[in-house]
Ligand binder design. Structure first.
Ligand code: DQA
Length: 143
């Protein structure tokens, strides 16, 4: 069974409590459960991580034996050359997701350093961004 590594970046552990007008009331545990169910239905397994630390995310990407990565890099989307380089070095299919539409928000969120090394990006559909993202990734990996 192929494995997908699901990475949640900084502050996403606060989902459900954090700026609910932007990020909704769903918790990270609830979102992970739905991602996991979707993966299971399609005969994939998932490994989940959330970290507030850039280096931990870089290490995890380097070490993973997963076939693909679903990542919401959160604030590191806009700042992390290190995460981008780790994904580029790893070279496995990666889908970038965002709960909010980063292009409809402050200017500093309009640039993603991750998008150029991802298969694609899904942004703005709330928790559904994750479900659309894993669907796209599973489709790609199943081809
Ligand atoms: C986010 C968007 C980022 O700009 C922000 O820093 C986040 C969450 C999203 O899912 O909408 O923490 O990645």
């Amino acid at each position: 069974m192929k494995k997908i590594l699901v990475i949640h970046g900084p502050n996403l552990d606060l989902l459900g409590k954090r700026e609910t007008d932007i990020y909704g009331r769903e918790t990270l545990a609830g979102i992970n459960e739905e991602i996991g169910e979707s993966a299971k239905r399609n005969n994939f397994t998932c490994e989940f991580m959330q970290s507030n630390h850039e280096g931990d995310i870089v290490d995890k990407i380097g070490k993973t034996d997963a076939s693909g990565i679903l990542i919401n890099p959160a604030a590191y989307t806009h700042t992390s050359v290190a995460i981008r380089d780790a994904l580029s070095a790893k070279g496995i299919p990666t889908v970038e997701v965002h709960i909010s539409n980063i292009y409809a928000r402050e200017g500093f969120r309009h640039k993603s350093l991750i998008a150029p090394v991802a298969l694609g990006q899904i942004s703005g559909f709330g928790k559904r961004s994750y479900l659309l993202g894993i669907d796209a990734l599973m489709n790609f990996l199943g081809e």
